[in-house]
Design a protein around this ligand. Sequence first.
Ligand SMILES: NC(=O)c1ccc[n+]([C@@H]2O[C@H](COP(=O)([O-])OP(=O)(O)OC[C@H]3O[C@@H](n4cnc5c(N)ncnc54)[C@H](O)[C@@H]3O)[C@@H](O)[C@H]2O)c1
Ligand SMILES: O=C(O)CC[C@@H](O)C(=O)O
Length: 389
Amino acid sequence: MKKIRTYNNIADKGLNQFPTQTYQASSDQQTPDAILLRSHKLHNETLPKSVLAVARAGAGVNNIPVNDYTQQGIVVFNTPGANANAVKELVMASLLLSARGITQSMNYVKSLIDITDDNERHQKVEAGKKQFGGFELQDKTLGVVGLGAIGAKVANMALSLGMKVIGYDPKLSVEAAWQLSSQVTKADNLNSLLARSDYVTLHVPAVESTIGFINQESLTSVKEGATLINLARGELVNETDVIHALDTGKLNAYVADFPTANLIKHDKAILFPHLGASTAEAEENCAVMAANQLIDFLENGNIKNSVNFPTINMERTQGDRITFANDNVPKVLGEVLNLLADLNINVIDLVNKSRDDIAYTILDIDQTVTPELIDKIAQVEHVFHVRAV
Ligand SMILES: NC(=O)c1ccc[n+]([C@@H]2O[C@H](COP(=O)([O-])OP(=O)(O)OC[C@H]3O[C@@H](n4cnc5c(N)ncnc54)[C@H](O)[C@@H]3O)[C@@H](O)[C@H]2O)c1
Ligand SMILES: O=C(O)CC[C@@H](O)C(=O)O
């Protein structure tokens, strides 16, 4: 029986991917083979030694100490693109909420609750609406920072709203570039995008180079009265500097998915409770993708959509399977193959892939894998994880 420890609310459709005859998936598993989670922070937790993999049902993995896990041979997965449409639609709402004073005007209407006279209400409605006059999005410029799964969808959506779109992504993958309309103008750097955009939306991961990258310095480039939308991660902005920009009018509004005490107090902050991926569809997409990636890894050793291990796949045909991970240095695979040859074990099939400092191998052999054989491979220099699959 394989065991999956869950954190957060994982969609049933995802949990149902685990066959009940062979898997137990619940929040109280003490010796799990894998972890399935959403935003729960793992930084201050010690994982049981039994854990082989951690799957994030979502995009961002900044709640997971990926580097530590890599050293322990724990494979970390995410679910690229599975919630991108949900976030894109909340960006569309963010644009409209900030352009049209929608929340403030709705609050105004609610304040008329005690008026019973239809004429009086009508007069208040007509007189009050001038406070909430807004702007149209058409012909305005949206700057999209990060053109991955979400950013590309946002850029294309904004074009269909009649906006001009500028994008900035110095690490744009070929796959992501294919998703992007040719009408998106490329900015050479962040400041050039900020200087030309009426609305700026952030769609980058929270990593060393992006944490706090919206700060006093970058905000000086921002167009006077622009709106900043941040449904990516709170850590991307220096909160004090953003609040100062709101106070001085440099920023017209800050729309964010990450409320803090200071932002909640601010009239120009429009805040959601980390709602970007909270649609039934996105939650199911993420949970199903994460569960299936875990199943394929636990049952076959295959790796798809990992953020720390190479992508690797070998179909199962015959024989017993071993997988091992090692430091990406010469001769390790050769030594393992020599060891097998010395034991008169024939290799039926083999795939070896590497990523940065890690190499990972799937081997099918013509004999039963014994604990002794696993021990012998584990003793080969630079091998740090071996498993009979
Ligand atoms: N609010 C939510 O619920 C929610 C939901 C999904 C994702 N997110 C956040 O959004 C982020 C992006 O998600 P995604 O699915 O588009 O990820 P993605 O990996 O598909 O795209 C991220 C893009 O950012 C680019 N990038 C990296 N550093 C950059 C930099 N310094 N400047 C410009 N571009 C840079 C990458 O090249 C990549 O194309 C996630 O990491 C996560 O933090 C939030
Ligand atoms: O699980 C969620 O609700 C949020 C997920 C989101 O932050 C992500 O990075 O994909």
